[in-house]
Design a protein around this ligand. Structure first.
Ligand SMILES: [Zn+2]
Length: 435
């Protein structure tokens, strides 16, 4: 079922190539309607002719999950009050508005990005004076894509990343590019989340260690398991003349703290669940990193780190994208669920999980919660039908997880098996104590 509703705005001279990749992904799971100010033919920047589905009055702005404004030549729309009121109504009813290139300029020129982080054509010399003046009131970053909820802005060059971000946010489960790498694809080595946030990923179960670097300072979150990922970070610190101010260990499992002794260049203290459960704020160059307790995975405690300026969370082993969520081996399923729900509500731009690829906060929390829900409902069925442990074999990992092709096969299947056994046993005990 196509449950998300998306509208794409047509106008004279809109650029089709900047949105066509995004639409190719979105139309798989979403209902896409093209809208415009008039019901007529529109000619794109690329000289193709398009017939619009509906005029904007015919599509309730409150029904939209996402409105996309393509780039092109939007100057004539700048002072269009009907469009302005429409965008305002989409936002007022919790919808997202995404503008790419000229579409970002239009949102800025209309004043929607005032005081907000954004990107677009701020440095373009022939910008309309209203747009130029409005950019000065934003926090323009110049990145390819910037999310400042409820707005997403992108540069024209960033159209591939724009498509990937929308794909991840709207929970697209399959892509027609299946098999080809995407920017979040797991691979051993560096993953650049932004200019200041770099992830060194291990060949061991895609375990992530994260370096936050700003000006000449750095903070390291987790120290990895194998030498390769730590060496990559050490080389980076040395070659960029960075002072390692602090180390943060999200929890004391050896795949996250094994290389701690290699980082003797650390100038400050080591933060871990034992000394910052109450919350600690660190400054790294221009960046602010907040540490706080996110319990549920490790009995001795877990902490997460939030890079405040970029709304990026490093979540330790509370979340995975290459394994099912760990609900066994000492983890507390109810506590971890509660922690993940809080992370979902916080709506982080990106979450760096303990293991696996980096995903938008919305997508990774949805993937985790749906795994837990599906597993619990299958286990409840077995209990209702007075089944026994043998019936657990029937609950395959692929029945419960959205991205079976992302899993690190053996450990993922082992973890799923143990999750089933421990939760089933606990549910049985619970039931017999209620009789
Ligand atoms: Zn781990």
């Amino acid at each position: 079922m196509k449950n998300k509703k998306i509208a794409l705005l047509y106008y004279d001279g809109f650029s089709e190539f900047e949105v066509s990749l995004a639409l190719m992904y979105l139309q798989i799971n979403c209902e896409v309607t093209t809208i415009a100010l008039q019901k007529r033919e529109y000619k794109s920047l690329e000289s193709q002719r398009f017939i619009v589905d509906a005029i904007i009055n015919e599509v309730d702005p409150a029904s939209l999950d996402l409105l996309i404004i393509p780039g092109g030549e939007p100057d004539l729309l700048l002072q269009n009050s009907q469009l302005y009121e429409y965008i305002k109504a989409v936002v007022a009813s919790q919808g997202t508005v995404a503008g790419i290139c000229g579409g970002a300029d239009l949102l800025v020129g209309m004043g929607f990005l005032k005081g907000r982080r954004c990107t677009g054509n701020a440095t373009y010399p022939h910008l309309h004076p209203i747009i130029k003046a409005a950019y000065e009131k934003t926090r323009f970053t110049g990145e390819e894509v910037v999310i400042d909820t409820p707005f997403i802005t992108a540069t024209g060059d960033g159209f591939i990343k724009f498509a990937e971000v929308l794909k991840a946010m709207y929970g697209i489960k399959e892509t027609i590019l299946e098999g080809k790498p995407t920017w979040v694809a797991p691979k051993a080595g560096w993953i650049n989340v932004s200019n200041s946030i770099l992830v060194s990923q291990s060949a061991f179960e895609e375990c992530n260690m994260t370096l936050i670097a700003s000006q000449n300072e750095a903070v390291l979150i987790d120290t990895g398991y194998r030498l390769a990922e730590a060496q990559r970070v050490i080389d980076y610190l040395l070659s960029h003349n960075l002072v390692l101010k602090n180390i943060v260990i999200t929890h004391h499992h050896e795949d996250h703290d094994a290389n701690l002794a290699l980082f003797s260049m650390n100038q400050g203290c080591i933060y871990d669940p034992s000394n910052c459960a109450e919350g600690v704020t660190l400054k790294v160059g221009k960046m602010t990193v907040r540490l706080f307790a996110t319990p549920g995975h490790f009995p001795q405690g877990d902490i997460s780190a939030l890079v405040v300026e970029e709304n990026v969370l490093i979540a330790g082993d509370i979340l995975y994208s290459c394994l099912p969520i760990q609900l066994c081996y000492g983890a507390k399923p109810n506590v971890i669920r509660d922690t993940i729900e809080k992370m979902a509500k916080a709506d982080y731009a990106w979450i760096i999980p303990g293991h696996g690829r980096i995903m938008t906060g919305a997508a990774i929390t949805e993937m985790a919660l749906s795994y837990i829900d599906k597993l619990y409902s299958r286990l409840d069925q077995i209990i209702d039908q007075h089944g026994n442990e043998d019936d657990l074999y029937a609950i395959k990992l692929s029945d419960c997880i959205a991205h079976i092709d992302w899993m690190v096969e053996e450990p993922a299947i082992d973890l799923h098996r143990q999750n089933k056994i421990e939760i089933f046993t606990a549910k049985q005990k619970n039931q017999s104590s209620q009789i």
